[in-house]
Design a protein. Structure first.
Length: 317
């Protein structure tokens, strides 16, 4: 049986400057034309993609910076206090259209969303990291209704197995779900990490830890449903020839983005062997037929970027 990992006390926030993945490529994709109105759906405490936009052009920009995390919003407001062109708002990108209309961001020239948590959120949000002992919360915002502890202690073994297998994509989903149910109640990451380690018994233990924690975070914050709701709103908010830039971190996110872009590029619902009679017109053109991945140099400089995948699409007239 493997020894439990050393868990650190996360009593005080860890100061960390998050470096976003693929920031230069994302900024160049958004700034390809003379556009100046942009929306960042996941601005983060460091505003990395916003900084890239501001440093890559001399023209005046107007940027709506959204983030669901109230701590990230407050930090970003301080960081951007001398940049009045950046309007910073606490909000869920699932409500993107409402937020954009409230602040008069219509016909945007570019919209970017970098899904998944930043490194500072992983270290400072209770429950996100399996290496830091903390309550099993995992909420980006207190406005979310459930915590990870609620999921672990109240969901059935069948439902936990489904979450760990379908969202976490972990081959030990059944074994982990059974172990969780057998050790209830579970209140801290130290407890959960030890349960997973013992159940995995050395089999892919570090990958399993990452996958189980990721699956719980996604369920607690309803991330996949939020992405599905946001995608068509982003398309509607774009002006002619505006661009969508999405950065995904796991196969569930990437599948949602890829499938949406393909449906909007080829919306015809007629049988493939018959002429089109539905009249559906393409709404966008996919610029990246395959996702852009970080270079070896970027991965060396920003190790967490190795999982990032960037997709770009452009709205048609």
């Amino acid at each position: 049986m493997p020894k439990p990992r050393l868990l650190l006390n996360n009593a005080s926030p860890i100061e960390l400057h998050h470096r976003p993945a693929l920031a230069d490529i994302a900024a160049e994709a958004l700034l390809y034309s003379s556009g100046a109105v942009f929306i960042d759906c996941t601005a983060g405490s460091g505003g990395g993609h916003i900084k890239a936009l501001l440093t890559k052009t001399d023209k005046p920009l107007r940027i709506l910076a959204l983030d669901i995390d109230p701590n990230a919003v407050e930090t970003l407001k301080t960081l951007m206090s001398e940049r009045p062109e950046v309007i910073i708002v606490e909000g869920d990108y699932a409500e993107l259209e409402t937020l954009a209309n409230t602040y008069n961001f219509h016909n945007a020239d570019g919209i970017i969303a970098d899904f998944g948590p930043s490194l500072d959120q992983i270290l400072n949000t209770p429950g996100f990291s399996h290496s830091l002992d903390a309550p099993l919360d995992m909420r980006y915002t207190p406005k979310k209704n459930i915590t990870a502890a609620d999921v672990l202690n109240n969901y059935s073994q069948v439902e936990l197995k489904r979450i760990f297998r379908e969202i976490g994509e972990d081959r030990l989903a059944g074994r982990i779900a059974a172990a969780v149910v057998a050790h209830r109640p579970i209140a801290t990451t130290a407890q959960l990490t030890n349960i997973i380690q013992q159940a995995a018994d050395g089999l892919y233990v570090y990958k399993t830890l990452a996958r189980i924690y990721m699956a719980l975070r996604v369920v607690v914050n309803d991330e996949l449903n939020s992405i599905e709701r946001m995608l068509p709103q982003a398309l509607r908010l774009l002006g002619p020839a505006g661009r969508l830039v999405f950065i995904t971190w796991d196969s569930n996110e990437d599948r949602l983005v890829k499938d949406f872009l393909r449906r909007m590029e080829r919306p015809c619902v007629c049988p493939p062997h018959l002429p089109c009679v539905c009249g559906a017109q393409p709404k966008l053109q996919i610029i990246t037929r395959h996702p852009i991945r970080p270079t070896a140099a970027e991965i060396a400089a920003v190790p967490h970027s190795r999982s990032a995948r960037l997709r770009i699409a452009q709205k048609l007239p």
